[in-house]
Design a protein around this ligand. Structure first.
Ligand SMILES: C=CC1=C(C)c2cc3[nH]c(cc4nc(cc5[nH]c(cc1n2)c(C)c5CCC(=O)O)C(CCC(=O)O)=C4C)c(C)c3C=C
Ligand SMILES: [Fe+2]
Length: 512
Protein backbone atom coordinates (compact mmCIF):
# COMPACT_ATOMS: atom_id res chain seq x y z
CA UNK A 1 0.00 0.00 0.00
CA UNK A 2 1.01 3.58 -0.40
CA UNK A 3 3.48 4.58 2.25
CA UNK A 4 3.07 7.83 4.02
CA UNK A 5 5.42 9.40 6.44
CA UNK A 6 6.08 12.57 8.24
CA UNK A 7 9.20 14.26 7.12
CA UNK A 8 10.62 17.71 7.02
CA UNK A 9 11.19 19.18 3.67
CA UNK A 10 14.25 20.82 2.15
CA UNK A 11 11.95 23.79 1.58
CA UNK A 12 12.48 24.36 5.31
CA UNK A 13 16.28 24.18 5.33
CA UNK A 14 16.09 21.22 7.65
CA UNK A 15 14.32 23.25 10.30
CA UNK A 16 10.81 22.80 11.54
CA UNK A 17 8.57 25.70 10.66
CA UNK A 18 6.40 27.78 12.90
CA UNK A 19 3.42 28.01 10.62
CA UNK A 20 1.76 24.61 10.62
CA UNK A 21 -0.91 24.07 8.03
CA UNK A 22 -3.72 23.70 10.49
CA UNK A 23 -2.22 23.41 13.90
CA UNK A 24 -2.85 25.46 16.95
CA UNK A 25 0.12 27.62 16.11
CA UNK A 26 -1.56 28.87 13.02
CA UNK A 27 -4.91 29.36 14.65
CA UNK A 28 -3.40 31.46 17.37
CA UNK A 29 -1.45 33.58 14.95
CA UNK A 30 1.99 32.25 15.80
CA UNK A 31 4.97 33.85 14.17
CA UNK A 32 6.44 32.74 10.85
CA UNK A 33 9.55 30.58 10.96
CA UNK A 34 12.45 31.82 12.94
CA UNK A 35 14.83 29.89 10.70
CA UNK A 36 15.56 30.97 7.16
CA UNK A 37 13.66 29.03 4.53
CA UNK A 38 14.92 28.20 1.09
CA UNK A 39 13.78 29.85 -2.06
CA UNK A 40 12.76 27.94 -5.17
CA UNK A 41 16.32 27.53 -6.34
CA UNK A 42 17.32 26.08 -3.00
CA UNK A 43 19.07 29.25 -1.78
CA UNK A 44 18.52 30.50 1.71
CA UNK A 45 15.65 32.93 1.88
CA UNK A 46 15.30 35.66 4.46
CA UNK A 47 12.95 34.99 7.36
CA UNK A 48 9.50 36.35 6.70
CA UNK A 49 8.21 39.37 8.59
CA UNK A 50 6.56 38.35 11.86
CA UNK A 51 2.77 38.33 11.81
CA UNK A 52 0.94 40.18 14.53
CA UNK A 53 -1.67 38.48 16.63
CA UNK A 54 -4.59 40.75 17.34
CA UNK A 55 -6.52 38.40 19.57
CA UNK A 56 -6.36 34.76 20.50
CA UNK A 57 -8.51 32.66 18.19
CA UNK A 58 -10.14 29.33 18.99
CA UNK A 59 -7.88 26.32 18.67
CA UNK A 60 -9.59 23.47 16.88
CA UNK A 61 -8.83 20.40 18.95
CA UNK A 62 -5.14 20.96 18.39
CA UNK A 63 -3.88 18.03 20.35
CA UNK A 64 -6.72 15.67 19.54
CA UNK A 65 -6.46 15.71 15.78
CA UNK A 66 -4.72 13.32 13.50
CA UNK A 67 -3.68 13.69 9.87
CA UNK A 68 -6.65 11.58 8.86
CA UNK A 69 -9.34 12.88 11.12
CA UNK A 70 -11.83 12.74 8.27
CA UNK A 71 -11.41 9.01 7.88
CA UNK A 72 -12.72 6.04 9.71
CA UNK A 73 -10.42 4.42 12.25
CA UNK A 74 -10.01 1.27 10.24
CA UNK A 75 -8.57 3.19 7.32
CA UNK A 76 -5.59 4.33 9.30
CA UNK A 77 -3.61 1.25 8.36
CA UNK A 78 -2.11 3.16 5.46
CA UNK A 79 1.37 3.61 6.80
CA UNK A 80 0.91 7.21 7.88
CA UNK A 81 3.19 7.96 10.75
CA UNK A 82 3.40 10.86 13.10
CA UNK A 83 6.93 11.80 13.96
CA UNK A 84 7.92 13.03 17.40
CA UNK A 85 10.33 15.38 15.66
CA UNK A 86 7.58 17.09 13.71
CA UNK A 87 4.34 16.26 15.45
CA UNK A 88 3.16 19.01 17.76
CA UNK A 89 1.21 16.45 19.77
CA UNK A 90 4.41 14.73 20.68
CA UNK A 91 5.56 17.84 22.50
CA UNK A 92 8.92 19.47 22.29
CA UNK A 93 11.95 17.71 20.81
CA UNK A 94 14.82 16.77 22.99
CA UNK A 95 17.32 19.57 22.69
CA UNK A 96 14.75 22.14 21.65
CA UNK A 97 14.98 25.34 23.58
CA UNK A 98 12.72 25.38 26.61
CA UNK A 99 10.39 28.17 27.60
CA UNK A 100 11.90 31.62 27.48
CA UNK A 101 12.98 32.68 30.94
CA UNK A 102 12.02 36.24 30.06
CA UNK A 103 8.32 37.10 30.19
CA UNK A 104 7.09 36.20 26.73
CA UNK A 105 5.06 38.48 24.58
CA UNK A 106 1.46 37.32 24.31
CA UNK A 107 1.69 37.76 20.58
CA UNK A 108 4.28 34.98 20.46
CA UNK A 109 2.35 32.47 22.47
CA UNK A 110 1.30 29.15 21.16
CA UNK A 111 -1.34 27.68 23.38
CA UNK A 112 -1.97 24.00 23.00
CA UNK A 113 -2.90 23.87 26.62
CA UNK A 114 -5.11 22.12 29.06
CA UNK A 115 -8.78 22.90 29.28
CA UNK A 116 -7.99 25.24 32.13
CA UNK A 117 -5.38 27.13 30.23
CA UNK A 118 -7.58 27.21 27.18
CA UNK A 119 -10.53 28.44 29.16
CA UNK A 120 -8.47 31.22 30.64
CA UNK A 121 -7.47 32.31 27.18
CA UNK A 122 -10.99 31.94 25.83
CA UNK A 123 -9.97 29.02 23.63
CA UNK A 124 -11.75 25.85 22.64
CA UNK A 125 -9.47 22.85 22.89
CA UNK A 126 -10.18 19.22 21.99
CA UNK A 127 -10.48 16.38 24.44
CA UNK A 128 -6.99 14.90 24.21
CA UNK A 129 -5.31 18.23 24.83
CA UNK A 130 -4.52 17.57 28.45
CA UNK A 131 -1.26 15.80 27.64
CA UNK A 132 0.37 19.05 26.62
CA UNK A 133 0.56 21.97 29.00
CA UNK A 134 0.28 25.60 28.01
CA UNK A 135 3.37 26.02 25.89
CA UNK A 136 5.19 29.28 25.39
CA UNK A 137 7.28 29.42 22.26
CA UNK A 138 10.33 31.63 22.19
CA UNK A 139 10.36 34.25 19.55
CA UNK A 140 13.34 32.64 17.85
CA UNK A 141 12.51 29.02 18.63
CA UNK A 142 11.74 26.69 15.74
CA UNK A 143 8.24 25.31 15.98
CA UNK A 144 7.44 21.92 14.50
CA UNK A 145 5.63 21.74 11.23
CA UNK A 146 2.14 20.43 11.88
CA UNK A 147 1.52 16.77 11.21
CA UNK A 148 -0.77 17.78 8.33
CA UNK A 149 1.96 19.71 6.52
CA UNK A 150 4.71 17.24 7.37
CA UNK A 151 3.00 14.15 6.00
CA UNK A 152 4.32 12.94 2.66
CA UNK A 153 3.45 10.15 0.26
CA UNK A 154 6.15 8.44 -1.81
CA UNK A 155 5.74 8.76 -5.56
CA UNK A 156 7.37 5.35 -6.07
CA UNK A 157 6.92 3.96 -2.57
CA UNK A 158 4.42 1.39 -3.65
CA UNK A 159 3.77 -0.77 -6.68
CA UNK A 160 0.67 1.31 -7.39
CA UNK A 161 0.54 5.01 -8.14
CA UNK A 162 -0.30 7.24 -5.18
CA UNK A 163 -3.77 8.77 -4.90
CA UNK A 164 -5.66 5.46 -5.09
CA UNK A 165 -5.39 4.00 -1.61
CA UNK A 166 -4.04 7.23 -0.11
CA UNK A 167 -6.56 8.59 2.39
CA UNK A 168 -8.77 11.22 0.79
CA UNK A 169 -7.25 14.69 0.88
CA UNK A 170 -8.88 18.02 1.63
CA UNK A 171 -8.23 19.50 -1.84
CA UNK A 172 -8.29 18.03 -5.30
CA UNK A 173 -7.79 19.05 -8.90
CA UNK A 174 -8.66 16.84 -11.84
CA UNK A 175 -7.18 17.75 -15.21
CA UNK A 176 -7.43 16.22 -18.65
CA UNK A 177 -5.05 17.08 -21.48
CA UNK A 178 -5.10 16.40 -25.18
CA UNK A 179 -1.83 15.92 -27.01
CA UNK A 180 -1.05 18.79 -29.36
CA UNK A 181 -1.42 17.97 -33.07
CA UNK A 182 1.72 16.50 -34.55
CA UNK A 183 3.32 15.59 -31.23
CA UNK A 184 5.37 12.43 -31.72
CA UNK A 185 6.12 9.64 -29.30
CA UNK A 186 9.47 11.12 -28.32
CA UNK A 187 7.77 14.31 -27.20
CA UNK A 188 5.19 12.28 -25.25
CA UNK A 189 7.98 10.39 -23.49
CA UNK A 190 9.67 13.68 -22.64
CA UNK A 191 6.39 15.01 -21.24
CA UNK A 192 5.84 11.97 -19.04
CA UNK A 193 9.43 12.20 -17.83
CA UNK A 194 8.91 15.85 -16.89
CA UNK A 195 5.63 15.13 -15.16
CA UNK A 196 7.06 12.17 -13.25
CA UNK A 197 10.11 14.15 -12.07
CA UNK A 198 7.93 17.05 -10.98
CA UNK A 199 5.45 14.81 -9.16
CA UNK A 200 8.27 13.05 -7.31
CA UNK A 201 9.89 16.31 -6.17
CA UNK A 202 6.69 18.06 -5.17
CA UNK A 203 5.37 15.04 -3.29
CA UNK A 204 8.63 14.99 -1.32
CA UNK A 205 8.14 18.66 -0.48
CA UNK A 206 10.89 19.85 -2.78
CA UNK A 207 10.56 22.71 -5.26
CA UNK A 208 10.44 22.06 -8.98
CA UNK A 209 13.88 21.58 -10.45
CA UNK A 210 15.77 23.89 -12.75
CA UNK A 211 14.59 27.11 -11.12
CA UNK A 212 11.14 26.54 -12.57
CA UNK A 213 9.31 26.64 -9.26
CA UNK A 214 6.55 29.22 -8.86
CA UNK A 215 7.07 29.51 -5.09
CA UNK A 216 3.40 28.92 -4.30
CA UNK A 217 4.14 26.15 -1.78
CA UNK A 218 7.41 27.50 -0.37
CA UNK A 219 6.32 27.70 3.26
CA UNK A 220 4.46 24.42 3.36
CA UNK A 221 5.40 20.81 3.85
CA UNK A 222 4.31 18.09 1.40
CA UNK A 223 0.83 18.03 2.98
CA UNK A 224 0.07 14.51 1.66
CA UNK A 225 0.34 15.70 -1.94
CA UNK A 226 -0.31 13.01 -4.53
CA UNK A 227 -0.14 13.31 -8.31
CA UNK A 228 -1.62 10.45 -10.32
CA UNK A 229 -1.41 10.00 -14.11
CA UNK A 230 -3.72 8.11 -16.48
CA UNK A 231 -4.26 7.47 -20.19
CA UNK A 232 -7.56 7.88 -22.00
CA UNK A 233 -8.68 5.77 -24.93
CA UNK A 234 -7.90 8.54 -27.45
CA UNK A 235 -4.23 8.57 -26.32
CA UNK A 236 -3.57 5.26 -28.06
CA UNK A 237 -4.73 6.39 -31.49
CA UNK A 238 -2.81 9.67 -31.24
CA UNK A 239 0.46 7.92 -30.38
CA UNK A 240 0.18 4.94 -32.75
CA UNK A 241 -0.23 2.56 -29.83
CA UNK A 242 -3.62 1.05 -30.65
CA UNK A 243 -2.09 -2.43 -30.45
CA UNK A 244 -1.60 -1.79 -26.72
CA UNK A 245 -5.06 -0.38 -26.05
CA UNK A 246 -6.56 -2.27 -23.08
CA UNK A 247 -9.92 -3.93 -23.66
CA UNK A 248 -10.98 -2.39 -20.37
CA UNK A 249 -10.78 1.08 -21.96
CA UNK A 250 -13.83 0.35 -24.15
CA UNK A 251 -16.11 3.41 -24.07
CA UNK A 252 -18.54 3.44 -21.16
CA UNK A 253 -22.14 2.71 -22.21
CA UNK A 254 -24.74 5.47 -22.25
CA UNK A 255 -26.94 5.73 -19.18
CA UNK A 256 -30.38 7.31 -19.21
CA UNK A 257 -29.47 9.86 -16.50
CA UNK A 258 -26.50 11.13 -18.52
CA UNK A 259 -26.45 14.72 -19.73
CA UNK A 260 -22.77 14.60 -20.59
CA UNK A 261 -20.79 17.58 -21.81
CA UNK A 262 -18.20 16.20 -24.25
CA UNK A 263 -15.91 19.21 -23.70
CA UNK A 264 -15.61 18.25 -20.05
CA UNK A 265 -15.37 14.52 -20.68
CA UNK A 266 -12.58 12.07 -21.62
CA UNK A 267 -9.17 13.31 -22.83
CA UNK A 268 -5.85 11.79 -23.92
CA UNK A 269 -4.18 12.18 -20.51
CA UNK A 270 -5.63 12.55 -17.02
CA UNK A 271 -3.99 13.95 -13.90
CA UNK A 272 -5.45 13.71 -10.41
CA UNK A 273 -3.92 15.99 -7.78
CA UNK A 274 -4.78 15.75 -4.08
CA UNK A 275 -3.30 17.50 -1.03
CA UNK A 276 -4.31 18.53 2.44
CA UNK A 277 -3.39 22.14 1.70
CA UNK A 278 -4.95 24.30 -1.01
CA UNK A 279 -1.73 26.08 -1.94
CA UNK A 280 0.22 22.84 -2.17
CA UNK A 281 -2.49 21.43 -4.45
CA UNK A 282 -2.56 24.52 -6.67
CA UNK A 283 1.23 24.57 -6.80
CA UNK A 284 1.17 21.06 -8.24
CA UNK A 285 -1.59 22.01 -10.66
CA UNK A 286 0.46 24.91 -12.05
CA UNK A 287 3.59 22.80 -12.25
CA UNK A 288 1.79 20.08 -14.21
CA UNK A 289 0.19 22.62 -16.52
CA UNK A 290 3.48 24.47 -17.13
CA UNK A 291 5.35 21.20 -17.68
CA UNK A 292 2.87 20.31 -20.41
CA UNK A 293 4.46 23.06 -22.53
CA UNK A 294 3.62 22.72 -26.21
CA UNK A 295 3.15 18.97 -25.98
CA UNK A 296 -0.36 18.88 -24.52
CA UNK A 297 -3.26 21.28 -24.08
CA UNK A 298 -5.60 21.41 -21.15
CA UNK A 299 -8.95 19.93 -22.15
CA UNK A 300 -10.83 20.33 -18.88
CA UNK A 301 -10.19 20.95 -15.24
CA UNK A 302 -12.32 20.42 -12.14
CA UNK A 303 -11.64 21.41 -8.55
CA UNK A 304 -12.84 19.54 -5.51
CA UNK A 305 -12.58 19.32 -1.77
CA UNK A 306 -13.17 17.09 1.22
CA UNK A 307 -13.23 17.68 4.91
CA UNK A 308 -9.93 19.02 6.27
CA UNK A 309 -7.90 16.87 8.65
CA UNK A 310 -8.58 18.08 12.16
CA UNK A 311 -12.07 19.40 11.42
CA UNK A 312 -13.69 16.69 13.50
CA UNK A 313 -12.92 15.74 17.06
CA UNK A 314 -12.09 12.15 16.07
CA UNK A 315 -11.42 10.35 12.80
CA UNK A 316 -14.68 10.06 10.87
CA UNK A 317 -15.85 9.14 7.40
CA UNK A 318 -16.32 12.29 5.35
CA UNK A 319 -19.72 13.70 4.33
CA UNK A 320 -20.87 14.72 0.86
CA UNK A 321 -22.80 17.88 -0.02
CA UNK A 322 -26.12 16.11 0.59
CA UNK A 323 -24.96 15.77 4.19
CA UNK A 324 -24.61 11.98 4.11
CA UNK A 325 -21.75 10.04 5.59
CA UNK A 326 -20.19 8.78 2.35
CA UNK A 327 -17.57 6.06 1.96
CA UNK A 328 -18.47 3.67 4.76
CA UNK A 329 -18.88 0.51 2.75
CA UNK A 330 -15.87 0.96 0.53
CA UNK A 331 -13.58 -2.03 0.03
CA UNK A 332 -10.79 -1.77 2.63
CA UNK A 333 -7.09 -2.38 1.89
CA UNK A 334 -7.16 -5.14 4.54
CA UNK A 335 -9.98 -7.06 2.79
CA UNK A 336 -8.82 -10.35 1.26
CA UNK A 337 -10.28 -9.42 -2.14
CA UNK A 338 -9.23 -5.75 -2.10
CA UNK A 339 -6.26 -6.05 -4.50
CA UNK A 340 -8.21 -8.30 -6.87
CA UNK A 341 -11.02 -5.77 -7.06
CA UNK A 342 -8.94 -2.60 -7.39
CA UNK A 343 -5.68 -3.50 -9.18
CA UNK A 344 -4.83 -5.32 -12.38
CA UNK A 345 -3.08 -8.58 -11.36
CA UNK A 346 0.58 -9.29 -12.11
CA UNK A 347 -0.44 -11.70 -14.90
CA UNK A 348 -3.20 -9.38 -16.13
CA UNK A 349 -3.55 -8.01 -19.63
CA UNK A 350 -2.09 -5.88 -21.06
CA UNK A 351 1.19 -6.49 -19.25
CA UNK A 352 2.02 -2.78 -18.96
CA UNK A 353 -1.07 -2.34 -16.75
CA UNK A 354 -0.05 -5.00 -14.18
CA UNK A 355 -0.38 -3.31 -10.79
CA UNK A 356 -2.35 -0.47 -12.35
CA UNK A 357 -6.02 0.41 -12.00
CA UNK A 358 -8.84 1.98 -14.02
CA UNK A 359 -10.37 5.25 -12.91
CA UNK A 360 -13.95 6.11 -13.81
CA UNK A 361 -14.48 9.85 -13.34
CA UNK A 362 -18.00 11.29 -13.27
CA UNK A 363 -19.00 14.85 -12.54
CA UNK A 364 -22.34 14.32 -10.80
CA UNK A 365 -24.37 17.44 -10.03
CA UNK A 366 -26.65 17.16 -7.04
CA UNK A 367 -30.10 18.74 -7.28
CA UNK A 368 -29.60 20.20 -3.85
CA UNK A 369 -32.66 22.45 -3.76
CA UNK A 370 -34.95 19.44 -4.27
CA UNK A 371 -32.89 17.27 -1.93
CA UNK A 372 -32.75 19.79 0.90
CA UNK A 373 -36.56 20.12 0.76
CA UNK A 374 -37.06 16.42 1.48
CA UNK A 375 -37.86 15.45 5.05
CA UNK A 376 -35.08 13.76 6.99
CA UNK A 377 -37.07 10.53 6.96
CA UNK A 378 -37.36 10.59 3.15
CA UNK A 379 -33.69 11.43 2.73
CA UNK A 380 -32.70 8.49 4.90
CA UNK A 381 -35.06 6.17 3.02
CA UNK A 382 -33.51 7.19 -0.30
CA UNK A 383 -30.04 6.20 0.89
CA UNK A 384 -30.91 3.40 3.32
CA UNK A 385 -28.73 4.86 6.08
CA UNK A 386 -29.23 7.34 8.90
CA UNK A 387 -28.04 10.83 8.12
CA UNK A 388 -26.76 11.63 11.61
CA UNK A 389 -24.23 8.82 11.89
CA UNK A 390 -24.44 6.77 8.68
CA UNK A 391 -25.85 3.67 10.43
CA UNK A 392 -27.84 1.36 8.13
CA UNK A 393 -31.63 1.49 8.54
CA UNK A 394 -31.44 -2.25 9.21
CA UNK A 395 -29.85 -1.39 12.57
CA UNK A 396 -26.53 -1.02 14.37
CA UNK A 397 -23.85 1.58 13.96
CA UNK A 398 -22.09 3.01 10.89
CA UNK A 399 -19.86 -0.02 10.46
CA UNK A 400 -22.54 -2.68 11.07
CA UNK A 401 -23.00 -4.71 7.87
CA UNK A 402 -26.13 -3.73 5.96
CA UNK A 403 -28.88 -6.36 6.35
CA UNK A 404 -30.81 -6.20 3.08
CA UNK A 405 -33.29 -8.88 4.22
CA UNK A 406 -34.28 -7.15 7.46
CA UNK A 407 -38.00 -6.37 7.82
CA UNK A 408 -39.62 -3.65 9.92
CA UNK A 409 -42.15 -4.69 12.61
CA UNK A 410 -44.81 -3.81 10.01
CA UNK A 411 -43.30 -6.32 7.61
CA UNK A 412 -41.81 -4.00 5.00
CA UNK A 413 -38.15 -3.88 4.01
CA UNK A 414 -36.05 -1.89 6.50
CA UNK A 415 -33.93 -0.81 3.55
CA UNK A 416 -36.30 0.13 0.73
CA UNK A 417 -36.26 -1.65 -2.62
CA UNK A 418 -34.90 1.46 -4.36
CA UNK A 419 -32.56 2.59 -1.56
CA UNK A 420 -29.16 3.57 -2.94
CA UNK A 421 -27.18 1.17 -0.74
CA UNK A 422 -29.39 -1.76 -1.75
CA UNK A 423 -29.17 -1.10 -5.48
CA UNK A 424 -25.41 -0.36 -5.37
CA UNK A 425 -24.39 -3.22 -3.04
CA UNK A 426 -22.14 -6.01 -4.39
CA UNK A 427 -24.88 -8.51 -3.31
CA UNK A 428 -27.24 -6.86 -5.80
CA UNK A 429 -24.63 -6.79 -8.59
CA UNK A 430 -23.06 -10.25 -8.70
CA UNK A 431 -20.21 -9.10 -6.51
CA UNK A 432 -19.32 -6.00 -8.56
CA UNK A 433 -17.40 -3.53 -6.41
CA UNK A 434 -15.16 -0.50 -6.74
CA UNK A 435 -13.14 1.80 -4.50
CA UNK A 436 -14.90 5.18 -4.36
CA UNK A 437 -12.54 8.09 -3.71
CA UNK A 438 -14.41 11.26 -4.64
CA UNK A 439 -14.06 15.00 -4.08
CA UNK A 440 -17.02 17.31 -3.58
CA UNK A 441 -17.20 20.36 -5.85
CA UNK A 442 -18.93 23.70 -5.89
CA UNK A 443 -18.62 25.99 -8.93
CA UNK A 444 -20.97 28.83 -7.98
CA UNK A 445 -24.65 28.95 -8.94
CA UNK A 446 -26.57 28.31 -12.14
CA UNK A 447 -28.84 30.88 -13.81
CA UNK A 448 -31.83 29.59 -11.87
CA UNK A 449 -29.98 30.08 -8.57
CA UNK A 450 -29.38 26.37 -7.97
CA UNK A 451 -25.93 25.47 -6.66
CA UNK A 452 -23.61 24.08 -9.32
CA UNK A 453 -22.36 21.55 -6.83
CA UNK A 454 -22.03 17.83 -6.37
CA UNK A 455 -19.52 15.02 -6.47
CA UNK A 456 -16.42 14.47 -8.58
CA UNK A 457 -17.04 10.73 -8.34
CA UNK A 458 -13.88 8.69 -8.88
CA UNK A 459 -14.18 4.91 -8.86
CA UNK A 460 -11.08 2.68 -8.92
CA UNK A 461 -11.25 -0.89 -10.11
CA UNK A 462 -9.29 -3.63 -11.84
CA UNK A 463 -11.92 -3.78 -14.59
CA UNK A 464 -14.72 -1.24 -15.11
CA UNK A 465 -16.94 -4.05 -16.47
CA UNK A 466 -16.75 -5.69 -13.05
CA UNK A 467 -16.98 -2.45 -11.11
CA UNK A 468 -18.59 0.80 -12.20
CA UNK A 469 -20.48 -0.33 -15.31
CA UNK A 470 -22.81 -3.01 -13.90
CA UNK A 471 -23.48 -0.99 -10.76
CA UNK A 472 -24.27 2.21 -12.67
CA UNK A 473 -26.53 0.22 -15.04
CA UNK A 474 -28.50 -0.94 -12.04
CA UNK A 475 -28.53 2.48 -10.38
CA UNK A 476 -29.69 4.05 -13.63
CA UNK A 477 -32.80 1.88 -13.62
CA UNK A 478 -33.78 1.57 -9.99
CA UNK A 479 -32.01 3.98 -7.63
CA UNK A 480 -34.14 6.40 -5.59
CA UNK A 481 -31.14 8.75 -5.38
CA UNK A 482 -30.83 9.16 -9.16
CA UNK A 483 -33.84 11.56 -9.17
CA UNK A 484 -31.59 14.01 -7.35
CA UNK A 485 -28.50 13.59 -9.56
CA UNK A 486 -27.30 14.60 -13.03
CA UNK A 487 -24.22 12.98 -14.54
CA UNK A 488 -22.68 15.91 -16.43
CA UNK A 489 -19.23 14.68 -17.46
CA UNK A 490 -17.48 11.35 -17.74
CA UNK A 491 -14.08 9.85 -18.31
CA UNK A 492 -12.37 6.49 -18.16
CA UNK A 493 -8.60 6.28 -17.73
CA UNK A 494 -5.98 3.56 -17.53
CA UNK A 495 -3.69 4.36 -14.59
CA UNK A 496 -0.48 2.31 -14.89
CA UNK A 497 1.57 1.16 -11.90
CA UNK A 498 4.07 3.44 -10.17
CA UNK A 499 7.33 3.77 -12.12
CA UNK A 500 10.50 1.97 -11.07
CA UNK A 501 13.30 4.15 -9.66
CA UNK A 502 14.80 6.21 -12.47
CA UNK A 503 11.86 5.52 -14.75
CA UNK A 504 8.69 7.49 -15.54
CA UNK A 505 4.96 6.78 -15.49
CA UNK A 506 3.87 4.79 -18.53
CA UNK A 507 7.34 3.71 -19.71
CA UNK A 508 6.27 0.09 -20.13
CA UNK A 509 3.51 1.31 -22.46
CA UNK A 510 5.60 3.73 -24.46
CA UNK A 511 8.88 1.83 -24.64
CA UNK A 512 7.96 -1.71 -23.58
C1 LIG B 1 -21.85 3.51 -9.99
C2 LIG B 1 -21.53 3.65 -8.75
C3 LIG B 1 -22.00 4.71 -7.83
C4 LIG B 1 -22.34 6.01 -8.08
C5 LIG B 1 -22.34 6.74 -9.39
C6 LIG B 1 -22.70 6.59 -6.83
C7 LIG B 1 -23.08 7.91 -6.62
C8 LIG B 1 -23.38 8.48 -5.41
N1 LIG B 1 -23.44 7.87 -4.18
C9 LIG B 1 -23.76 8.76 -3.22
C10 LIG B 1 -23.90 8.54 -1.84
C11 LIG B 1 -23.69 7.32 -1.20
N2 LIG B 1 -23.31 6.15 -1.77
C12 LIG B 1 -23.22 5.17 -0.81
C13 LIG B 1 -22.85 3.87 -1.01
C14 LIG B 1 -22.46 3.32 -2.23
N3 LIG B 1 -22.48 3.91 -3.47
C15 LIG B 1 -22.01 3.06 -4.41
C16 LIG B 1 -21.87 3.29 -5.78
C17 LIG B 1 -22.13 4.50 -6.43
N4 LIG B 1 -22.56 5.65 -5.87
C18 LIG B 1 -21.67 1.86 -3.74
C19 LIG B 1 -21.09 0.62 -4.41
C20 LIG B 1 -21.97 2.00 -2.41
C21 LIG B 1 -21.78 0.96 -1.30
C22 LIG B 1 -23.00 0.12 -1.22
C23 LIG B 1 -22.84 -0.92 -0.14
O1 LIG B 1 -22.13 -1.92 -0.39
O2 LIG B 1 -23.40 -0.78 0.94
C24 LIG B 1 -23.57 5.75 0.45
C25 LIG B 1 -23.65 5.01 1.77
C26 LIG B 1 -22.38 5.02 2.55
C27 LIG B 1 -21.28 4.24 1.92
O3 LIG B 1 -21.21 3.02 1.99
O4 LIG B 1 -20.42 4.89 1.30
C28 LIG B 1 -23.86 7.08 0.21
C29 LIG B 1 -24.28 8.10 1.23
C30 LIG B 1 -23.92 10.00 -3.87
C31 LIG B 1 -24.31 11.29 -3.16
C32 LIG B 1 -23.69 9.83 -5.20
C33 LIG B 1 -23.69 10.79 -6.32
C34 LIG B 1 -23.52 12.07 -6.21
FE1 LIG C 1 -23.12 5.86 -3.87
Amino acid sequence: MTQQKNRRTPRQNGQPRAEGARDGARNTGTTPPAQPSRDAAGKKARPAEARKQDAPKPVAAAAGRTPDDHRTDDRRSDGRRTDSRTDPRAGRRAGDPGPDPAPPSLTRRRLLGTAGAAGAAGLVVGGAAGAVGAEVVREDAPTPLSSVGATSVDFRGDRHQPGITTPMQARGHLLAFDLAPGVDRRAVIALLRRWSATAERLMAGEPQSGGADTGIALDAGPSSLTVTFGFGRSFFGRTGLTARLPEALAPLPDFSADVLDPRRSNGDLWVQIGADDALVAFHALRAVQRDAGDAARLRWQMNGFNRSPGATARPMTTRNLMGQVDGTNNPKPGDPDFARRVFVPADGSPGWMAGGSYAVVRRIRMLLDSWDNLSLERQEKVIGRRKSDGAPLSGGTETTPVDLAKLTPEGSLAIAGDAHVRVAAPESNQGAAMLRRPFSYHDGFLDDGAPDAGLLFIAWQADPMKGFVPVQRKLDRGDGLSRFLRHEASGLFAVPPAPEPGSYVGRALLEG
